[in-house]
Design a binder for this molecule. Structure first.
Ligand code: BG6
Length: 480
């Protein structure tokens, strides 16, 4: 295997999906705290007021807030060199627009980072992972309002100053490209909305909705660029990256119509990376906005801001691939953000996500060829139903198979010449699913005893994949 010395092996999480302690020690409520539990067949609901007797999975998560020492010790046992987590914005600024941060919130993350450092684990911190303060949604209409840039910058400044000697790796926004899709209307954009089913609350792609999304996205691009510049001023050693939901899209057939459509769909994949890595909107933007019938309001200084805040590395989530076709009858597939047409050569997970390890090699080569900066795969994994045996073991060979095949393809990509610097599989400890709110959809190496309704001891148990991943890290990817 070709994994370089010092390759960052680890795992990934997000505060709203595992931290819990949603209203403790001065924490405010984020948009995610307003999302009820759901399932593969039942929508999660978004409610503007927190309703008594309704189950909101983020409120307890898996209780990392109180068990972080135990959890980090387990990550260390596997040999993690990096741990991806996010800071809950509302733990630092409960409403998002305060001037003074919540000291207890700052103390919590300091202890978490110190605990990581104790084991030689490098924290990789996502600054915003679907955790916009609800107050910013309610009062300002979320990222649609340019004021959000200043609130975010103040939050970043606080984090950078406070943790400048503890954290080196930062990501400005999780899956920033989600904001181009209806799925991002609540979680990424924080647009004001009525109570209703969250998966469909994101409104259809009307001209008005597209204008809102791309305006909000522009504000996030400016916020991200300013954060990168600020971070480098505070500590020139910081490595600050973008994070894009990685879509690998193939033409369904060699019909030029399909090929052109796949290229167009891939552009949606490149769009955010192009702005954040190259510091300017890509060549296809003008026509794209023209076809959408939208105009984005930009300030005179914006193009200079974008240029002055290019990211240091590119990071992506990768779960699956899809196909594009002009044939409207073709069978559709599901996925986290990338929907498309079913590929007859691929198998799918229980949630219908198409498993495609080779797609990862293809995508990594494609992205590296485009950007030529270091890349990190910060999410990847198999959401599956695990069976807890009577003796407390969990035999998740399907998860091992999935990860093994993806790691093999990362190795191929490195041999192809891609500068891949790290791998943090998603949900290294079982956590709440973002799309369905379930616990049943598990990704972890560590099993958490909790069910979809929130019952369970919250005890942590090592799965077979725990021991396997430990060997993978120990051997720097040689023992798969
Ligand atoms: C990514 C998100 O899209 O996919 C994570 O960044 C999410 O927050 C992950 O959990 C897996 O999706 P899901 O819906 O299976 O939790």
């Amino acid at each position: 295997m070709s994994f370089p010395k010092g390759f960052l092996w680890g795992g990934a999480t997000a505060a709203n999906q595992f931290e819990g302690g949603w209203n403790e020690d001065g924490k405010g409520d984020s948009v995610c705290d307003h999302m009820t539990g759901g399932s593969v067949n039942t929508h999660r609901y978004f409610t503007n007021t927190i309703q008594e007797g309704t189950y909101y999975p983020s409120h307890e998560g898996i209780d990392f807030y109180h068990r972080y020492k135990e959890d980090i010790a387990l990550f260390a046992e596997m040999g993690f060199r990096v741990f991806r987590m996010s800071v809950n914005w509302t733990r630092i600024f409960p409403g998002g627009d305060e001037v003074t941060p919540n000291q207890k919130g700052l103390d919590f993350y300091k202890s978490v980072f110190e605990e990581c450092k104790k084991y030689g684990i490098e924290p990789l911190v996502t600054i915003s992972h679907y955790e916009l303060p609800y107050h910013l949604m309610d009062k300002y209409d979320g990222w649609l309002n340019r004021k959000c840039i200043d609130f975010y910058l103040h939050y970043c400044n606080t984090l950078f100053e406070e943790y400048k000697d503890l954290v080196k790796y930062w990501l400005t926004f999780n899956e920033i490209n989600c904001l181009t899709m209806s799925i991002g209307d609540i979680l990424s954009g924080g647009f004001k909305c009525e109570d209703g089913p969250a998966q469909v609350l994101g409104l259809p792609d009307t001209q008005e909705q597209l204008a809102k999304r791309y305006q909000a996205l522009h504000h996030q691009f400016i916020a991200s660029a300013k954060a990168v510049k600020l971070g480098h001023e505070i500590n020139p050693e910081f490595k600050i990256g973008c994070m894009v939901a990685g879509g690998c899209i193939y033409p369904y057939t060699c019909n030029p119509e399909d090929v052109l459509l796949a290229q167009k769909d891939m552009r949606m994949n490149y769009f955010c990376g192009d702005v954040q890595v190259r510091g300017e909107y890509p060549h296809f933007t003008e026509r794209m906005f023209e076809e959408f019938g939208i105009t984005i309001k930009m300030e005179a200084e914006d193009s200079d801001i974008l240029k002055s805040g290019k990211v240091d590395f590119y990071s992506l989530s990768y779960y699956m691939s899809t196909c594009s076709t002009a044939d409207e009858e073709a069978l559709k597939t599901s996925g986290n953000v990338v929907m498309g047409v079913k590929n007859p050569y691929l198998k799918s997970s229980d949630w219908g996500w198409q498993i495609d390890p080779k797609g990862l090699r293809y995508l990594l080569n494609d992205l590296y060829g485009r950007y030529q900066i270091p890349i990190m795969v910060v999410e990847n994994g198999l959401g599956a139903i695990d069976k807890l045996e009577a003796d407390g073991t969990i035999h998740d060979d399907y998860r091992i198979d999935y990860l093994r095949e993806h790691i093999k393809q990362m190795d191929e990509a490195i041999r192809d010449g891609v500068d891949l610097i790290g791998f943090t599989p998603w949900g290294c400890i079982d956590l709440v699913s973002a799309s369905t709110g379930e616990m049943k959809k598990r990704y972890g190496f560590i099993y958490v005893d909790k069910d979809n309704e929130g019952n369970g001891t919250l005890n942590r148990l090592r799965k077979d994949s725990f021991y396997w991943y430990k060997k993978v890290i120990e051997s720097n990817g040689n023992n798969l």
